[in-house]
Design a protein around this ligand. Structure first.
Ligand SMILES: *[C@@H]1O[C@H](CO)[C@@H](O)[C@H](O)[C@H]1NC(C)=O
Length: 342
C-alpha cells in the first residue's frame, strides 16, 4: 500500500514536472512565433540603389584571360585592392551596372552596391567569373591566384594591400585562396570557409564572417571556426545579418529601374498570396516562395520587367535572411577592411 502511494506521489510529481515543461515550451514557441528575434539590425538599410548616383559610376573594363572573364575598375588614387568572388550561379557581370563599357552587365542590387561602396572608398575592384557553376578547389585556385597577381602588377597596384570578399561558394574559395596569396584581410559572406580542410598558420589574414544566423548549421560551424582561428592568434570578427520586413517601396528602393508603383503592386501581391506575414516578413526563403508563379497569373499587363526577376528574387532572399549576398552591412565591412589597411 505504502509503496503504491509513494509510486503515485512520484508519478504525480513527474507529470506535474512534464506539464510545466510543456507549458514552458509552448509559451516560448508562441512568444517568438518559433522565429528569430525580430529586430531589423540593418545599418545602411536606408541606403537606396540611387545613393551613389552621380558620385561613383560603374564604368568597368572587361577582359578575358585563362578561359574566364574579369571585370574591374580602378578609382582615382586607389588605396587598396578588393577581389570579389561570387556564389554559385553568379558571374562577374552581376557586380556591374549595364553601361556602354559593359553592355552585358546585369547589376544585381546587392552586388552592385558592394562594388559602388568599394569604389567610393578608393578600393580598386576586381571581379572574376568561376569556370563552372561554382568555384572549385583544384586548379582554379592557381588560375585565380595568377590572375590576381598579373592584374595587380599590370595596373601598377603592387604597393597596395589586397583584400578579398567571397560569398557562399566564393567564400569557401576565398578562405582557401588565402593560403596561396597574401591578403590584408578576407570577408567570408554566408560561408563558414573550408577551415576543416586547410592548414591555417598564424599568418592567415584577418577574417570577418558576415553571416545570417537564421542558417543555424552554418552559424554553428562559424562559431566553431572562430574559436579555432582565435586560438591560432588570427584576428577574427563577425557581422550578423538579420531578417527584416518588406514594405511597399522596398523593391523600388533597392532595384534600379523598378518603379514605386510596381514595387507597391508586388508587395500587395505578396500580402494577398500570404508570402509575407502581417508585419511584412517573408514567411519562407524567396527561392521557396512561388512568387514567380503568382506573378505569371498577375503579370498579364507585364507588371514586372522580366529582366528584373533575378533582382527581385535576390531582395526577397535577403529580407528572409537565410542565404543571400548582402550589401546592407557594407558600412561595417568596409570599416573593418579600412581598420586593416596598414
Ligand atoms: C593563364 O594565362 C596566361 C596568359 O595566357 C598563361 O601564361 C598562364 O600560364 C595561364 N595560367 C594558367 C594557370 O593556366
Amino acid at each position: 500500500m505504502a509503496r503504491r502511494g509513494q509510486r503515485s506521489r512520484l508519478w504525480n510529481g513527474v507529470s506535474a514536472a512534464s506539464l510545466a515543461l510543456i507549458v514552458l515550451v509552448v509559451f516560448l514557441l508562441c512568444r517568438d512565433g518559433g522565429k528569430m528575434p525580430k529586430e531589423p539590425v540593418i545599418e545602411g538599410a536606408d541606403r537606396s540603389w540611387s545613393s551613389f548616383d552621380g558620385s561613383v559610376k560603374s564604368r568597368p573594363t572587361v577582359e578575358y584571360r585563362n578561359g574566364t572573364d574579369l571585370i574591374w575598375q580602378i578609382p582615382g588614387s586607389p588605396k587598396a585592392v578588393l577581389f570579389i568572388a561570387h556564389g554559385c550561379n553568379g558571374r562577374a557581370i552581376n557586380f556591374w551596372d549595364r553601361s556602354s563599357s559593359c553592355e552585358g552587365c546585369v547589376g544585381l542590387p546587392e552586388e552592385r552596391l558592394i562594388v559602388l561602396e568599394a569604389l567610393s572608398r578608393g578600393f580598386a575592384v576586381l571581379t572574376v567569373s568561376s569556370m563552372g557553376r561554382c568555384w572549385t578547389m583544384g586548379e582554379e585556385r592557381l588560375v585565380v591566384r595568377e590572375i590576381i597577381e598579373w592584374w595587380v602588377v599590370k595596373n601598377g597596384l603592387e604597393m597596395l594591400p589586397v583584400f578579398a570578399l567571397g560569398a557562399s561558394s566564393g567564400g569557401y574559395f576565398v578562405s582557401a585562396l588565402a593560403t596561396d596569396l597574401k591578403f590584408g584581410g578576407i570577408v567570408l559572406m554566408i560561408a563558414e570557409g573550408v577551415f576543416d580542410q586547410i592548414d591555417v598558420s598564424g599568418d592567415y589574414p584577418p577574417t570577418l564572417f558576415v553571416h545570417m544566423p537564421k542558417d543555424t548549421r552554418r552559424k554553428q560551424k562559424i562559431d566553431e571556426f572562430m574559436v579555432q582561428l582565435k586560438k591560432k592568434g588570427i584576428d577574427v570578427a563577425e557581422v550578423k545579418c538579420m531578417e527584416f520586413p518588406l514594405s511597399p517601396n522596398f523593391l523600388a528602393d533597392r532595384i534600379p529601374g523598378l518603379g514605386n508603383d510596381v514595387s507597391a503592386e508586388l508587395f500587395k501581391l505578396f500580402q494577398r498570396e500570404g508570402f509575407v506575414d502581417e508585419n511584412g516578413y517573408m514567411k519562407k526563403d524567396g527561392r521557396a516562395t512561388r512568387w514567380k508563379k503568382a506573378l505569371d497569373v498577375d503579370n498579364k499587363g507585364l507588371l514586372l520587367d522580366k529582366r528584373l526577376i533575378n533582382h527581385v528574387q535576390e531582395e526577397l532572399n535577403l529580407a528572409f535572411a537565410f542565404h543571400e549576398m548582402t550589401s546592407l552591412q557594407s558600412e561595417q565591412i568596409f570599416k573593418w577592411f579600412e581598420s586593416h589597411l596598414s
